[in-house]
Design a protein around this ligand. Sequence first.
Ligand SMILES: [Zn+2]
Length: 207
Amino acid sequence: MKTKLILIAAGLILLISVSFYLQSAHLDPVEQARQNPVEQARQSTAEQARQNTAEQVDSNKTIQKKGVKMKFKVVKSEEEWKKELTPEQFHVLREKGTERPFTGKYYKLNENGTYVCAACGNELFKSDTKFDSGCGWPSYFKPISDSAVVYQRDTSYGMVRTEVLCAKCGSHLGHVFDDGPDPTGLRYCINSVALGFERADSVKEGK
Ligand SMILES: [Zn+2]
């Protein structure tokens, strides 16, 4: 009788520890990555970088193919973009430029509505996620949806940053940092010139 009880107790302890192990080993990193795009981007870009290095050994042709690996719905030649965008928009969106801080037209805008991609109109950020970060560019703590933007590791200017791109056309929007406010702890630092704004109460033009 006593042995039976001990066996049952031991079995229970084993079961509990196995389930704890599974939770910590399996669920946590996935959950963390889901909540933190900066970490997510680090992981996926590390993966991309590994793949790219392997491909570089292959041939130049493969690298070019790899360059369009991220598939976007809206694909235009840089010549076409140049015709459609203002020189400043083209510089930021297509050449990954940065507007001067505190100069953008949306930096201080505090109206109800949706910020869209200036290149393709993709909806990117809601005004109720915008906050005053003091950094000189419009800042948001999260995109309108997980599928609105994509991330890329950016090592230019001797910094390691996470670049934010429009998921529909691949245009450069800005960067995301992990020093933002609750509830995400993220700061999407976005160029005004990369954005358009649709007021919540306005009727879309042409409709
Ligand atoms: Zn876009």
